[in-house]
Design a protein around this ligand. Structure first.
Ligand code: FEO
Length: 396
């Protein structure tokens, strides 16, 4: 007998936690694991909302069967075909061969690509509805949040939104499944890291999705990762709205690449000078020590961004180049930028950071600061000007 978690009389959380996996999409660190959420609506008809990653928890189908208590599974609704949610479809169909699979035309193209031609497909269009008895699902297409086929289901009876990847987060929660069972402050940074690295590139589409849902009375949000929002869904909607509009705190993040500590000294000098000017929220990171996903997340949070690189083979330091490439890919907007760095015999770090500044289109607050060799007091004038300009803009 499994300990089912109920959202309401007929809706069960049937998700799993994976604390063994190290990298989400084989790329993003998972120090606290990840959850794959799935939900069972046990109504006159029974509908499963998505599955979980294949093999993430071998008890998943047992748990589902236990929750169904011998009833047939009438529908599988697929909101998102990425394999962290669709991986168990094959096993599910083996166990419930008559289940009808609900998705849109794009869903079914991807479904066939992974699992071959499957029977019992029910294609829905944007705005179509499906009655389960008490609950009535309305399908809301939300393309690119996070794949092109992505859609949400809105239960018009109780205002429950099954939101796909939207409003999800990294991390397996510690005991609590619902937002009122945890202190969200502990999880917010992992939600922002998930947003900025997985969904953030599609922020324009997130805004479109939020606009589409704006007239809906949302009583609860059931995402495919992380907490289920039954008490304060407005809070997470507010965060998504803010992040997808690139709103940021009046904070500074200083990220540097340094081989022998010279550019690191510049970074600390700049950060101290900004602190002396009265900015309290400052973070300093060594790009060689902190995974790029955390850096992107900080850049999503901070309006002021200071990037420093030594020269490396006449280029930027490779890990800084990796960060800038990811930033161009993710495309956060409306940041203030400062650039600094060192060189020994020829430039490359600062020159290429300035090229990045042009490409990303952020406003640079002052000319870049570049030092030949060891940073000494008499070489810091440009750094001081950069720090002062950044502090002045952040305090405005
Ligand atoms: Fe959680 Fe885009 O998959």
């Amino acid at each position: 007998m499994y300990c089912g978690q109920k959202l309401s009389e007929r809706i069960y959380w049937t998700g799993v936690y994976d604390r063994r996996k190290h990298l989400f999409e084989n790329m993003w660190p998972l120090p606290e694991g990840v959850s794959y959420n799935s939900y069972l609506i046990k109504d006159e008809k029974c509908a499963l909302m998505d599955t979980v990653e294949s093999g993430s928890d071998r008890s998943y189908l047992d748990w589902l069967a236990d929750t169904l208590e011998g009833r047939p599974l009438d529908y599988l609704v697929i909101h998102h075909m990425e394999l962290d949610h669709s991986g168990e479809i094959e096993n599910l169909i083996r166990q419930y061969p008559d289940v009808r699979i609900v998705g849109n035309a794009k869903t079914f193209r991807v479904l066939e690509a992974y699992f071959g031609k499957l029977p019992n497909l029910v294609e829905v269009k944007d705005g179509d509805t499906l009655s389960l008895g008490y609950h009535n699902l309305k399908f809301v297409f939300t393309p690119w949040v996070h794949w092109p086929e992505t859609m949400m289901s809105y239960d018009t009876t109780d205002g429950v939104l099954f939101s796909g990847d939207a409003f999800g987060m990294f991390g397996a929660t510690d005991g609590g499944v619902f937002d009122d069972q945890v202190d969200f402050a502990r999880y917010e940074s992992e939600m922002r890291r998930y947003y900025s690295n997985i969904v953030g590139k599609y922020s324009g589409m997130v805004q479109k999705a939020l606009a589409k849902l704006s007239s809906a009375r949302i009583g609860a949000i059931c995402p495919l990762h992380g907490l289920v929002w039954r008490s304060d869904p407005a809070r997470v909607i507010g965060l998504y709205d803010r992040w997808s509009r690139y709103e940021a705190d009046d904070a500074a993040v200083v990220i540097y690449a340094s081989m022998y500590g010279n550019t690191a000294q510049m970074a600390d000098h700049v950060a101290r000078r900004i602190a002396e000017a009265g900015v309290r929220d400052i973070r300093v990171y060594d790009v060689s020590k902190t995974h790029v996903s955390y850096l992107i997340s900080e850049i999503w949070r901070c309006r002021g961004v200071l990037l420093g690189s030594c020269a490396y083979n006449t280029q930027m330091f490779p890990l800084m180049e990796n960060l800038t490439r990811d930033l161009l890919h993710a495309g956060p907007k409306d940041r203030l930028l400062g650039v600094f760095g060192t060189y020994s015999w020829n430039g490359g770090g600062v020159k290429n950071l300035n090229a990045f500044a042009e490409q990303i289109g952020w406003e640079t607050v002052a000319p870049s600061a570049e030092i030949l060799g060891r940073p000494t007091c008499e070489k810091y004038a440009a750094c001081d000007a950069l720090a002062d300009a950044m502090a002045c803009r952040l305090k405005k």
